[in-house]
Design a protein around this ligand. Structure first.
Ligand SMILES: [Zn+2]
Length: 248
């Protein structure tokens, strides 16, 4: 009987001890996981920041010496930015090659905002940006005008495009695989379907355009009514520039 009671006491003692040990080990495991997640998140944050600084620095180095100090270049794959400079190919609405080679420059303040937009999209949605046109040297604007002397399609060179001030951009959003989001029309489609106030479009297209508009506006850009892809930066003033990048 005594032995039985002792066993009983032993069992009674064992159960709480077992429970405490289990809870303790679960809690330790839980804390370890939590710590691991926190450190992973911190390393991602650090990586992104370092990546951004290094690449912007690299970017500045990529500019050749005769590039004006106030400009910076965005080279292909900077932070994953895709370049598809259409006027350096025949794949544009004029069907002629306007630029001698594809390069992408902006006024520094603008270029840095554009990289920030790309990172913002990447962090929020895993998306990125694809650039169709950046700084457009005034001599190229004349070339474009020669091919298409119609103010409905091309800003008259004498008036001067904001692209020629290094403060305008033509772009779209791409998903994590680099595939363009459906914006309803291709870039440089000149019809009412490309207008930002045209709403007879599938919901997803309207949402995609809205996302582009929202992210651009957050970073200080403003769109125009007739081209969903065109945005210009409002925080700067500047004259038309005529320097042309080298193709060597
Ligand atoms: Zn444009």
């Amino acid at each position: 009987m005594m032995i039985f009671e002792n066993r009983n006491i032993l069992y009674r003692l064992c159960i709480p001890v077992f429970l405490i040990l289990t809870l303790f080990s679960c809690k330790t495991e839980h804390n370890e996981k939590k710590d691991e997640l926190i450190s992973k998140a911190e390393s991602v944050i650090q990586d992104t920041t370092e990546d951004k600084e290094v690449k912007i620095e690299e970017n500045k180095r990529f500019s050749s010496e005769d590039i004006p100090e106030k400009y910076m270049e965005i080279v292909a794959d900077t932070l994953g930015v895709i370049l598809d400079i259409r006027y350096a190919t025949e794949n544009n609405f004029t069907k002629k090659q306007i630029y001698d080679c594809p390069r992408c420059f902006f006024r520094k303040e603008v270029g840095e905002k554009i990289l920030a937009i790309h990172l913002d999209l990447k962090e929020r949605y895993g998306f990125g940006i694809k650039l169709f046109d950046c700084y457009r040297p005034s001599p190229y604007q004349y070339r474009l005008w020669e091919v298409m002397p119609d103010p409905n399609y091309v800003t008259p060179p004498k008036k001067g495009s904001i692209h020629s001030r290094g403060m305008a951009i033509d772009l779209t959003i791409v998903d994590k695989n680099g595939k363009e989001l459906d914006m309803g029309t291709p870039f440089d489609y000149f019809g009412k379907e490309a207008h930002s106030d045209y709403v007879e479009l599938p919901d997803q297209v309207l949402k995609n355009r809205q996302l582009l508009k929202k992210i651009m506006e957050i970073h200080g850009f403003k769109g125009i009514r007739t081209e969903w892809w065109h945005y210009s930066y409002r925080g700067l003033k500047g004259n038309v520039d005529k320097w042309i990048w080298s193709c060597e």
